[in-house]
Design a protein around this ligand. Structure first.
Ligand SMILES: *Cc1c(COP(=O)(O)O)cnc(C)c1O
Length: 394
């Protein structure tokens, strides 16, 4: 491979050039989509002696693909890991990580505000089939982990900031506790992206991204990533991805590479817009509370500054009013479209707690009328005007 070390100096150079070998594809500036399911060999010995760790040797598309490899090399470099693996969805990445870290009878400590389907996987499948016990904690106090980790704990699941109420966990402190108990720390880093937070440097073991959000960035792809700092763990995850079969298709990997090229400039704009929107909402008389870690009023603002370099475009707020009124605000918005997911060019709104009990809401830290919005790239003036008009309806 041509000398790549010059590109490691900045995240922008990594996104633009790292991991790409122009000389292997006629010096095209954009790598091809290697749309092949297998690669052929000259002799049987070539096949049987094939070295899977060699970046220039490929065998079968469920194992590895050159387009997928470029994406993985870039994410590993951005996260300061020894390697990264791409997956067909964020959940394929998450479940492969859990199945690799846990065994029958394992104990898991998981933040209550983690991504819902991952909690369902832990409480459902892992409990039923592997006797895995999960303890859910709020996680904004480090003591939550200290008090609940046992010698049977194999995995601690973090999501910082979480993607509904935007609570943080002290990654460095939790990683120290985990290390003392031989447990692995897994963290969903989707909100920050590797540009604004690098958890491996803070002691975490497995960083997960759903590339369906900012890495894809255009709401046209589903995908996931894992990045790790330990060679042994990388080997186990690689073997399990091959067995569980979660590798993405080459076209999806190519779209993720394309999204990554502009991610840093996109998220700076998402952040500037979200900050302006959060400040507008915070001053609005019909808004009771705004959850955005970029606001100095966020209860963990100091921790945010310690472990993050920035925030992106997702935030939530609670109105002074009923759940019906919150629904009316969401449905009155014109530019913010009703939809789950986030991280694309477009602004979105959703009421994730609308149909769960107030008791359950209290546990999760946000009431039924909590409104989550993604601030897209349509411009802050348009978004603020849209919110102002919708809030005027109640
Ligand atoms: C969307 C999302 C996921 C799941 O990713 P998929 O690609 O939909 O499987 C996981 N974590 C967070 C924080 C998400 O927003």
């Amino acid at each position: 491979m041509s000398d790549q070390s010059q590109y490691l100096k900045s995240s922008r150079l990594i996104a633009a050039h790292y991991g790409e070998e122009y000389e292997h594809y006629y010096n095209a500036i954009v790598p091809p989509v290697f749309m092949n399911s297998l690669n052929v060999f000259e002799t049987l010995d070539d096949y049987y002696d094939f070295d899977r760790t060699d970046k220039h040797k490929y065998c079968y598309g469920r194992v590895q693909n050159p387009t997928v490899r470029i994406l993985e090399d870039k994410i590993a470099a951005l996260e300061h890991g020894v390697g990264a693996l791409a997956f067909a969805s964020g959940m394929a990445a998450a479940t492969t990580a859990v199945l690799t870290a846990c065994k029958t009878g394992s104990h898991v400590v998981c933040v209550r505000n983690a991504y819902g389907p991952l909690k369902t996987f832990l409480e459902g499948y892992c409990k039923e089939h592997m006797d895995v016990e999960t303890t859910f904690v709020t996680g904004d106090r480090t003591e939550d982990f200290e008090e609940n980790v046992t010698d049977k704990t194999d995995l601690i699941v973090l999501e910082s900031p979480s993607s509904l109420v935007f609570s943080l966990q002290d990654i460095e402190a939790v990683s120290k506790i985990a290390k003392a108990h031989n447990a692995l720390v897994y963290i969903d880093n989707t909100f920050c992206t590797p540009i604004y937070q690098q958890p491996l440097d803070l002691g975490a073991d497995i960083v997960m991204h759903t590339t369906s959000k900012y890495i894809g960035g255009h709401s046209d792809v589903i995908g996931g990533m894992l990045a790790v700092k330990d060679e042994g763990l990388m080997k186990k995850l690689t073997a399990n991805r091959e067995l569980l079969g979660g590798i993405p298709g080459p076209m999806e990997a190519w779209l993720m590479i394309r999204g990554l090229r502009t991610m840093e400039v996109r998220i700076a704009e998402h952040q500037a817009t979200a900050m302006a929107v959060a400040e507008f909402l915070e001053k609005h008389p019909k808004v009771r509370k705004v959850n955005y870690p970029g606001l100095p009023s966020h209860p963990q603002y100091e921790l945010m500054k310690k472990q993050q370099k920035g925030n992106t475009g997702l935030l939530s707020f609670e109105i002074e009013g009923t759940t019906e009124q919150a629904a009316k605000v969401a449905e009155s918005l014109k530019i913010f479209k009703i939809g789950v997911s986030w991280g694309g060019f477009e602004s979105l709104v959703f009421l994730p707690h609308m149909r769960i009990s107030e008791e359950e809401c209290r546990e999760l830290g946000g009431s039924q009328n909590i409104i989550r919005i993604h601030c897209g790239l349509e411009g802050k003036e348009a978004l603020i005007a849209d919110l102002e008009a919708a809030l005027g309806q109640i």
